[in-house]
Write a protein that binds this ligand. Structure first.
Ligand code: AMP
Ligand code: GLY
Length: 431
């Protein structure tokens, strides 16, 4: 049976999902998003411009095209109840309902859920609905804290004392920002990694670990961004971790799925590999952006067959991956994220990216070409036997693109940065 798949969202992550649907046997793709992503548009039978949070309009489009499955990219749509609305209209949404998506959208719920269900890897935390009390806690706390506004902030609301800011700046932050509630938690020190699991009916299937780079500039300097690029290895682990570390992280995912048996969609675990093993930085209720661009291009199992099994309540297929390393690098507009300048021409498309894959993100497709906006523009992804080879493939595509008006973190996936990660972990573990 041909599945008619509706994709919600228009970023690089969703272009990667679109490609995975396009690569599946017997699937037709339709898409809707607030921006017309030219990469998704060219793969889809139809594209509707709607706000990702407009559940009624999305359901109307799903019904108009006869969607049999839906995949939801962005967290804003999950929070707005788009999965609930599609499910209720009889279109199975691969994405959690708003209540389950709180594991991402409400950071206080997330920590309380971990504590109540004895999920391993939870840092010490306190929740505050009074900024004055939060400020006092910061003043008195012995050690460094991560300051997290309770709700969604597009990855830009968290401040880490001892890393980005001082305790005094942390006090100012809680007193002067407009956020009303905060989670203050123990700062975790180590190396971060992501594992994305496909989840339905209390079952889950994991994918290889990925490391994202949140900081805007090379050498992990500058403000946090949505993610500047990421890499994965040819195995499920990353060079700075052991198989046991990976297994310990999967045990955490296992515990979450066990405690939330009505969860469906992607469960994204963001872990800090500390000297004591993996701890949970956060959970997301969707694929990562950029991490989806590492994982989906090496997924050999038919993507839509996983979604179909989830809808039918069948066992999820075991996932096969191509045993290739991947390196993903985003090109962002000059000045991103604080003071971005839009309007640079993008001189590359999926057909001119050489051996690399090209995924569009937030670009403006005009009559005479594709132009940057003020968000991340496009990503290139190299795949190869080693991270170093994959990095060279990504760089070759970036050279073809030219970089006028754009900025890239060229250090992502380089041998030098990988060695720094390994050395950091060895140092923490005292080897
Ligand atoms: P989030 O918006 O929750 O993705 O957090 C953004 C970034 O803040 C994470 O990727 C981490 O680098 C950092 N972060 C969040 N929580 C902690 C923590 N408890 N300790 C250290 N860093 C953290
Ligand atoms: N890569 C971070 C995120 O998707 O939230």
């Amino acid at each position: 049976m041909t599945e008619t798949v509706l994709l919600v969202g228009g970023g690089g992550r969703e272009h990667a999902i679109a490609r995975a649907v396009d690569d599946s046997a017997d699937a037709e793709l339709y898409a809707c998003a607030s921006n017309r992503n030219p990469g998704i548009d060219s793969l889809a039978e139809g594209f509707e411009t709607v706000e990702e949070t407009d559940a009624d309009a999305i359901v109307a489009y799903a019904e108009a095209v006869g969607a049999t499955l839906a995949v939801i990219g962005p967290e804003s749509a999950l929070e707005a109840g788009v999965a609930d609305a599609l499910d209720d209209a009889g279109v199975y949404a691969f994405g959690p309902r708003a209540e389950q998506a709180r594991i991402e959208t409400d950071k206080a719920f997330q920590r309380e859920f971990m504590a109540d269900n004895a999920i391993p890897g939870c840092p010490d935390y306190e929740i505050f609905d009074d900024p004055e009390a939060a400020a006092d806690y910061i003043r008195e706390y012995d050690g460094d804290l991560a300051i997290k506004p309770r709700g969604l902030t597009g990855g830009k609301g968290v401040r880490v004392i001892g890393d980005q800011i001082t305790a005094e700046e942390g006090v100012e932050y809680v007193l002067e920002s407009d956020y009303e509630e905060y989670v203050l938690e123990e700062r975790l020190v180590g190396e971060e990694f992501t594992i994305q699991a496909f989840v339905a009916d209390g079952q889950y299937r994991v994918s290889p670990a990925v490391q994202d780079h949140k900081r805007a500039y090379e050498g992990d300097e500058g403000p946090n961004t949505g993610g500047m690029g990421s890499y994965s290895d040819a195995t499920f682990e990353l060079p700075f971790m052991t198989e046991d570390d990976y297994t310990a992280a999967v045990e955490i995912i296992d515990a979450v799925v066990g405690a939330m048996d009505d969860y469906k969609g992607i469960l994204y675990g963001q872990f800090m590999l500390t000297a004591e093993g993996p701890k949970v930085v956060e959970f997301n209720a969707r694929f990562g952006d950029p991490e989806a661009m590492n994982t989906l291009p090496v997924l050999e199992t038919d993507f839509v067959s996983v979604l179909r099994a989830a809808r039918e309540g069948e066992d999820l297929p075991e996932l096969e991956f191509s045993n290739q390393a991947t390196v993903c690098k985003y090109a962002v507009p000059d000045g991103y994220p604080t003071d971005p300048t839009a309007g640079a021409r993008v001189n590359i498309d999926p057909d001119s990216a050489g051996e690399a894959l090209l995924f569009y993100a937030s670009v403006d497709a005009r009559e005479d070409g594709v132009y940057t906006t003020t968000s991340r523009s496009f990503a290139v992804v190299g795949r190869a036997g080693t991270i170093t080879e994959a990095e060279a493939i990504a760089e070759d595509a970036l050279q073809r693109a030219g970089e006028e008006g754009l900025r890239v973190r060229h250090d992502i996936g380089t041998a030098e940065l990988l060695q720094a990660r390994i050395d950091h972990m060895n140092e923490l573990r005292g080897d």
